[in-house]
Design a protein around this ligand. Structure first.
Ligand code: NAD
Ligand code: AKB
Length: 324
């Protein structure tokens, strides 16, 4: 049984909420939240342990595992697609060497299970765009996507060669209201809600008809935890599960917000992120996740919109910023 969890990149969009969810299951003191950035401390140190940790420092990762008797890791530290295109070397180093440092340190110190997420960014323009299959062509055109393909493969290598238990999903764009996203192409789908509440209008950096797979954070957390806790004997795949909830365009989100805020306005000014979005799937086949560990999402677009506007609206009225 796993009892002591380390989260890397815990201050990020997913980590800040996943840490809370893990603490609710394993107990506050048993989930060690870590991040490179001191800013993360304010988000997650109130409820449990927080330590600064740069995953590029393998000795420090190892020392952290030993110090806290860690037996399960959620490795979330990464550079996302848009920042990756601005800083390709940084993305390569953190996403690949950082993951290997975590896998090596875990292997050498008896860690029983690792969750290391991948992304729909592993797909590219030569992959079928509609209902993208689980096992298909992986020829991404972004540096971020390339690092995620390699991470999936390195994970499989460590499973085969060292008998490790490493699991991961290819998240679609994650939409949430606690921590702002950290520099991806799907970030527009979060910012649109904040700007709707704050300004009543939004300028979108993608074209109105750019269809992308998305997921609301409660489903992301559920999928992450369900795969981590799934019986290993049932899993045919491991580091690379396709995961989907719904597919939307910026116009779809705009229309959904307009149902609750009729005066909301949107304009479109595509930038370099359009090419990234154009290389990713329209929709994803997640039947392997459904068959192997009973994955099923709960939120569709309108249910998410209602919740996003409620939470952000209340917080905005009270002048508060986010937290667990
Ligand atoms: P994020 O950018 O919001 O957070 C990443 C965190 O990693 C940040 O807090 C950052 O400070 C930290 N970090 C960066 N370099 C580090 C280093 N060297 N050592 C330690 N920490 C470091 O990212 P996220 O959205 O929370 O993504 C988490 C994981 O999920 C990533 O692997 C990402 O590729 C994957 N993913 C996310 C999405 C999404 O829509 N959010 C979609 C697909 C996949
Ligand atoms: C990004 O846009 O880079 C991420 C992702 C889909 O991996 N949200």
């Amino acid at each position: 049984m796993i009892s002591r969890i380390l989260v890397t990149g815990a201050g990020g969009q997913i980590g800040s909420e996943l840490t809370c969810a893990l603490r609710a299951i394993y107990g506050n003191d048993n989930v060690i939240a870590t991040d490179l950035s001191e800013n993360a401390r304010a988000k997650i140190a109130a409820d449990g342990p927080f330590e600064l940790l740069d995953v590029m420092q393998k000795n420090n990762v190892e020392a952290m595992i030993k110090k806290h008797g860690i037996d399960g890791i959620f490795h979330l530290a990464a550079i996302l697609s848009a920042v990756g295109e601005q800083k390709p070397n940084l993305a390569w180093n953190i996403n690949i060497q950082g993951a290997m440092n975590v896998f090596d340190a875990a292997r050498d110190n008896g860690v029983k299970r690792i969750f290391a997420p991948s992304s729909m960014a592993v797909f590219g323009p030569t992959t079928p765009f509609d209902n993208t299959p689980q096992d298909t062509i992986l020829q991404p055109t972004t540096i971020y996507g390339m690092t995620k393909v390699i991470d999936e493969l390195i994970g499989k290598y460590y499973i085969q060669r060292y008998g490790m238990d490493i699991r991961g999903v290819r998240y679609p764009g994650i939409i949430s209201n606690a921590t702002l996203p950290g520099g991806g192409t799907t970030d527009y789908a979060v910012q649109i809600y904040y700007d709707a509440v704050k300004y009543g209008k939004y300028e979108c950096f993608l074209k109105e008809d750019t269809m992308l797979p998305m997921m609301y954070m409660p489903d992301c957390l559920k999928g992450t935890l369900d795969l981590f806790h799934a019986k290993r004997e049932r899993l045919i795949h491991n580091t690379d599960f396709n995961l989907a909830a719904f597919s939307v365009t910026p116009k779809d989100i705009y229309m959904s917000i307009k149902k609750y805020m009729p005066d909301f306005e949107i304009t479109y000014k595509p930038d370099f992120r359009q090419a990234i979005a154009d290389s990713w799937p329209n929709s994803i086949d997640d039947s392997s996740a459904r068959a192997e560990w009973d994955w099923k999402p709960s939120f569709d677009l309108d249910a998410m919109t209602l919740d996003m506007l409620k939470v952000i609206g209340e917080r905005y009225k009270r002048g508060l910023i986010v937290n667990c």
